[in-house]
Design a protein. Sequence first.
Length: 280
Amino acid sequence: MPVVGYQGHAGAFSDVAARELVSDAQTRGYASFDAVAEAVTAGEVEYGVLPVENAIAGPVPRNYELLWEHPSLRIRGETTLAIELCLIGIEGAEVDRIREIRSHPVALEQVRRYIDRYGWQRSTTTDTAGAVREIVVLGDPTVAAIGPALAATVHGGTILARAVQDETENYTRFFLLARDDASRLDDVPSREDANAPGGGATGGTRACVGIAVEDRPGSLRDALSAFADRDIDLRFLIARPDRRIPFRYRFFVELLNVDGPRLDAALTDIGGEQRILGRY
């Protein structure tokens, strides 16, 4: 049974995504995104799952940087998870008696209007599932958490209300990572996520690359043209600081409609420092 690492406590959204991406997985939580990447690199787990973009909060830049910092890691799949945030309390809790809500800061922001309606106090935690675990251990019916339904099941919480997020179109994209080892990567056991936009664990026509372009007018335009000229679609672009040189940037580019020869030709034209972070 493959082991998939993720950030957070059992029942976190990353745990849900891990189970979507690898159908027969045993999942294992880690304290940080960095720890997940290190565990996969070291062979402690076969796969890792990292969130890379939320439809409301935007990208998770650190997780693109981790792919660059760990050269042996490759993206092997992707899924998009519909984020249903639940109000979770202990057994016997009632919505009208709640005084405090605990969750990750991003989740709290995504239910801001819902919380303001009741005037509840906010407290932050390291992840949504951890918040559920905390309130169950605390055992105070006036303290509730915002988190995934799976966390309530895993930790013994009671779902008081479902889908309390302010925006209904709330999705998060996750990458499945593995070491660049053909004996492990030829057959990733996965299942399709057919209900979410952009869902599906594997497809083979997507790619993510990191590039560093020359410091001259038009250099980024020329690099992107190398993809466009070969009918490779640009899906996503994010700039991150190159920490070796102040105010210089590295660009992470996600691409659609990719095959090996056209991608290789585009990267040859671009030149400079570059890395294919995954084709999936």
